[in-house]
Design a protein around this ligand. Structure first.
Ligand code: F6P
Length: 485
């Protein structure tokens, strides 16, 4: 079996706390299964970074990292990645900016990554590049004469040409994506948007239902590979967490009130201000719920040096304070708003204890919290998922209550419906979602992508029905990380 090299901006080093997001979950799962190298930024900035990557080997994985210079990191990560590409890819043109020096830092960090990765490459290696931080990397590796297969997976949405064209050099970006052998997206919409950009940029004509494009004699295949969760691990963690002290204390503190939960990295794409406004509207419109429900919103801080993130943080603090000030009683706080993180097991316990989960991003590549909520629930008495159609997960999770996050009335009504839904309907809806989450799990995700990239079978077989034995390659046990993708 060929050796796999995964490359991403952020990696999860052994014994460090897990990097947030579905990317880290997915890459770790793939590497535990195949063995190989995970290369990325160390998480540190340094005025004099070492010339060589620092390598740490644990079991069958080599973790190779490099530091970045502070000014370079700021322009690359806070600038081009998270103030240019992130807002544009999430359909927020109002929050997007384009600065040439940030674009140049993005290119030079990608060049640095390419040079450093080439030091680790061996004949026969397969390279899998992850996410929007590293779009030019495939082209740069080819320039440095890497000849093996190179795949790319985009964990976030890909915008339609009418949005991406706002980026002055968007043709260059789209052309760079066409230097990969296989490009994977979370959803069909993302794939179609990519093709719209290929056509708009005049790079190729794309036939309806096309799965590849050829530019200058080079063919790039493109497909949809929705990321999943490690179903059995989430289920086991959620069950075990119910006897954990922290989960028990949280449940006791509810004094019988129904728990509504949200778990999101603090990001404007997650629809949190809209969610708080909808919860306020719900308490106004259905006052019988006052004092009867508790909304727990867990939102660990993220990208705090980017202005848009400090702004959204401020707005949420004000809203939570105002809503609590307006409705709270001496013995009841409607919103519990926390910026801290918890261990994954504890989070799964919280999800299991919740009667309703609000997963209402205004735009999201997939959102693994939606899938984790389904896997964590008790199938005999499941809670209800309220899900935004703007999350990639909405395609698979048809048993959720789908509601537009901008529709305050619709969101309030969905909450009222969810809290009063009869057991039989809850079970039916949950059953549909459980099956979808179990079949298309994290092993299925990396297995199908790598199989399509290399032609080698790497897919751990999917069991035919709940509880049946797995066949094929061993399914590694994986702790996932909880903050969606
Ligand atoms: O899933 C999108 C993503 O940007 C990943 O690339 C990243 O690992 C995760 O979210 C967390 O973001 P950050 O590394 O900026 O904290």
């Amino acid at each position: 079996m060929k050796r796999l090299i995964c490359i991403s901006n952020r990696i999860t080093l052994p014994r460090r706390s897990a990097a947030p997001g579905g990317l880290a979950v997915g890459v770790l799962a793939a590497l535990r299964h195949t063995g190989g190298v995970w290369f990325g930024w160390s998480g540190e900035t340094n005025d004099n970074p070492a010339d060589e990557p620092e390598v740490l080997t644990r079991a069958n994985i080599r973790f190779a990292t490099i530091d970045l210079r502070p000014s370079e990191f700021d322009r690359y990560y806070n600038g081009y990645c998270n103030s240019t590409l992130w807002p544009l890819f999430h359909y927020f043109p109002g929050r997007f900016r384009h600065e040439q020096d940030e674009h140049d830092a993005y290119q030079s960090v990608n060049e640095l990554f390419a040079r450093q990765v080439m030091k680790l490459v061996e004949p026969g290696d397969v390279i899998w590049v992850h996410d929007y931080h590293l779009i030019p990397l495939g082209r740069l590796l080819r320039q440095l004469h890497f000849r093996g297969p190179i795949g790319f997976f985009l964990h976030i949405p890909f915008p339609h040409a009418q949005v991406l064209r706002l980026l002055p050099n968007y043709t260059e970006l789209v052309r760079d994506m066409c230097h990969y052998d296989l490009v994977g997206f979370q959803s069909e919409d993302d794939l179609r948007s990519f093709f719209s950009c290929v056509e708009h940029a005049g790079l190729a004509t794309v036939a309806p239902n096309a799965q590849e494009i050829t530019i200058g004699g080079r063919t790039t295949r493109a497909g949809v590979y929705p990321i999943g969760v490690d179903f059995e691990v989430v289920r086991a963690e959620a069950e075990a967490a119910m006897s954990e002290d922290s989960v028990q204390r949280m449940i006791t503190s509810l004094v019988g009130r129904k728990l509504i939960i949200g778990v999101d990295r603090l990001d404007y794409s997650k629809g949190l201000t809209e969610r708080f406004a909808a919860f306020e509207h719900f308490l106004e419109t259905f006052p019988e719920n006052q004092g009867k429900v508790t909304f727990l919103q867990i939102a660990p801080l993220s990208r705090s040096d980017v202005l848009a993130y400090s702004e959204i943080r401020q707005s949420l603090e004000q809203m939570a304070g105002r809503i609590n000030g307006r409705f709270a009683e001496a013995d009841w706080t409607p919103i519990r708003y926390l910026n801290r993180n918890f261990t994954h097991g504890t989070l799964m316990g919280f999800l299991r204890a919740a009667k309703v989960a609000l997963v209402t991003p205004v735009r999201d590549g997939m959102n693994l919290v939606a899938k984790e909520f389904v896997a964590a629930q008790d199938p005999e008495d499941p809670g209800v998922l309220i899900l935004s159609p703007m999350a990639g997960a909405a395609r698979e999770l048809t048993g959720a209550l789908h509601v537009n996050p901008y529709d305050k009335r619709g969101m309030a009504l969905a909450l009222q419906t969810a809290l009063n839904m009869p057991l039989e309907e809850r079970r039916q809806r949950h059953q549909q979602m459980l099956e979808a989450v179990r079949r298309r799990d994290i092993h299925y995700w990396y297995g199908t992508f790598l199989q399509d990239l290399t032609g080698e079978r790497r897919v751990p077989a999917v069991p035919a029905s709940p509880g049946s034995a797995t066949t094929g390659a061993a399914r590694p046990v994986l702790r996932s990380l909880g903050m969606g993708s």
